[in-house]
Structures are given as C-alpha cells and as structure tokens.
Design a protein around this ligand. Structure first.
Ligand SMILES: Nc1nc2c(ncn2[C@@H]2O[C@H](COP(=O)(O)OP(=O)(O)OP(=O)(O)O)[C@@H](O)[C@H]2O)c(=O)[nH]1
Ligand SMILES: [Mg+2]
Length: 300
C-alpha cells in the first residue's frame, strides 16, 4: 500500500483505510480496480451482488475479500453490506468506489485527504470535468442534484457520485435503507440530517460507450422516483404544501373565471364550476395532509 501520509491527528498513528466496491457483473473491470485500490487501502472488500459472471472469482484472485449476495439486491443493498462489514473491521476511513473502472483509484489519496481535517463524508465530484460528460447525463445529474437538495440541507455539486469516503462516525451513524441507486442521495441527506461534516473534492469520471450496466434514462428515473418518495417522507409540508397550493391556485383561477362569466352572461359554466370545486377541495386536502404528516414526523 502506498503511504498516503494520512495520520490520526491525536496519536500520529497511520489511518487504516478500507475500500468497498459494490459490483454487479463486473468481471471485466473489477480485477484491475481491486489491484489499483489495494495500493491505497489496507483492505479491499467487494460485494458481489448476485452476479452471473466471474466477478467474485476475479475479485478474489485480485486480492479482495468478497461478500456474496445470493441474488441481485441492488447497489444500495451492496453498500449496506459494505458498511456493516466496515463496522466489524473498524477502519478509520471507508472509501466507496465503483467496480466498472469509472473511478480512478489513484485519486483515493486526494479523496481521503479532507478526513484529516475532521470531515465525515467526502464526495468525489464530477463537476470539474463537466465538459467531458455527455449532455443528456449532465441534464439527468442536474435534475437529481436539484431534487436531492430538497431532502438534504447540505448542498454539493454532485449528489450521485459513487466515489466517496466515510469517517468512522459516518460508518456508525448512517442507517441506509435504499436498496438501489438512490442510496447516494439518501447517504447525503442522512449525513446532513445528522450534522456530519460534508465536503467534496474534484475527481475524474470516465465514460465509455459500453461501460454502463443499466439504461441511464431508466436508471435516472428510478432514482428520481425514490428521491420524490424521500421528499414526501422528510419534507411532507413542503411537498404536500406545494402540491396543495398549486391545486388551490388552479381551482381559484378557474373559479374567478366562472364567476366573471356568470356575472357578465348570467350563466353558470357547470363544467368549470365542478373543476373549481374539485381542485380547491383536493388542494385543501393536500395541504392538510402535509400539516398532519409534518406534525406526526416531529413527534418521532
Ligand atoms: N451491488 C450492486 N451493484 C451494482 C448494481 N448495479 C450496478 N452496480 C454497481 O454500481 C456501480 C455503478 O453502476 P453503473 O451501472 O456503472 O452506474 P453509474 O456509474 O451510475 O452509471 P454509468 O455512468 O452508466 O456507468 C458499479 O460498480 C456497478 O457494478 C446492482 O444491482 N448491485
Ligand atoms: Mg458506471
């Protein structure tokens, strides 16, 4: 392992780094990622998430400890297994990186550097290399970034990057539940909610034509869907309040028009009047749903 110069400030002891790699059908790349990560980590764990190829064997041959899921449970589930294992092995720092060679293990020292300044979660941000990111992916990343900001008090420039470093405190305090790719947003939101210190460092991210294991559009929509559910749970007043106010406003606008038509022509536009009632009542119901859920959430 290379000496990245990281020392525990109080004792001068060298910090133990564990690298955790979630992998699903990554036999092609996982071996070299493990070998490179080993240069900077004391131990490398690969969670083989029900792969149907040789991922586990290749990772083992490259020197990783492999945890196997019997079936494909998703990236979030794999990260939960990594964090659970980290809690047993008690490293000072846990580095998470993808198995598909999109992250450069040579950047691990830069990623974990802020740990010596007391940060708990360091996100490897792809923002600095945005010019090299395909446009449709940038748009998707922006949508997920903006929606993640609604659940996380902390604002970063890249909410979806899987290249991250966690302190011991982060390993202990995070209670991740998201099974799929929304785990990246969930981790950020929880870390901010638990007042962990969050920062980011620029990283490079390599996009290759056939590197992706999922259709990126379907992938993005799946994550957005989960983030919306998290917004309804974490910020019900905001979500239902906004929804309810919009419905109420639409209802009132139609209502004003119904009234003005009735006053000028003397006729009641029955269809529009029904719409007014429908929008107004649904809007008020949504606002009250937000208020009630918010009050219940505060009692927990
Ligand atoms: N454990 C687990 N890991 C997965 C799963 N799907 C993908 N991964 C891993 O998660 C990492 C990121 O997956 P990708 O499909 O490359 O997702 P991405 O990097 O956000 O998207 P691309 O830019 O298209 O590559 C890789 O290391 C994958 O092996 C899964 O179902 N389970
Ligand atoms: Mg990838």
């Amino acid at each position: 392992m290379n000496d990245s110069g990281l020392q525990t400030p109080s004792t001068g002891r060298k910090r133990r780094v564990l690298a955790g790699i979630p992998a699903y059908n990554e036999a092609r790349c996982v071996g070299s990622v493990v070998l490179q990560a080993k240069q900077y980590a004391d131990e490398v764990i690969v969670v083989d998430d029900g792969s149907t190829d040789n991922t586990a064997r290749v990772a083992e041959l490259a020197g990783a400890t492999v945890i196997r899921h019997d079936e494909n449970r998703g990236k979030g589930a794999a990260i939960q297994s990594i964090v659970a294992e980290a809690r047993k092995r008690l490293p000072d720092i846990l580095v998470l990186l993808d198995a598909d060679s999109q992250h450069n293990p040579d950047e691990i020292p830069a990623l974990i550097k802020p740990m010596s300044e007391g940060f708990d979660l360091v996100i490897g941000s792809r923002e600095a290399q945005k010019d090299r990111t395909p446009t449709y992916r940038r748009i998707g990343q922006k949508v997920l970034l903006r929606s993640t900001r609604l659940i996380s008090k902390h604002s970063v420039s890249d909410s979806q990057s899987g290249f991250r470093a966690l302190s011991r405190r982060a390993m202990d305090e995070l209670e991740l539940r998201e099974k799929g790719f929304a785990v990246e947003s969930e981790m950020l939101a929880q870390a901010a909610g638990k007042n962990l210190r969050i920062t980011e460092v620029p990283i490079s991210n390599i996009y290759t034509a056939n590197g992706s294991t999922l259709n990126p559009v379907r992938h993005g929509i799946g994550v957005l869907n989960r983030i919306i559910i998290m917004i309804t749970q974490r910020r019900p007043l905001f979500f239902f309040g906004l929804l309810g106010s919009t419905l109420l406003a639409v209802g009132l606008i139609i209502g004003v028009r119904v009234l003005s038509v009735a006053m000028t022509t003397g006729e009641l536009a029955a269809g529009s009047a029904i719409l007014t009632v429908l929008f107004t009542v649904t809007g008020i119901l949504a606002i009250f749903t937000g208020i009630i859920l918010n009050a219940l959430g505060r009692r927990k």
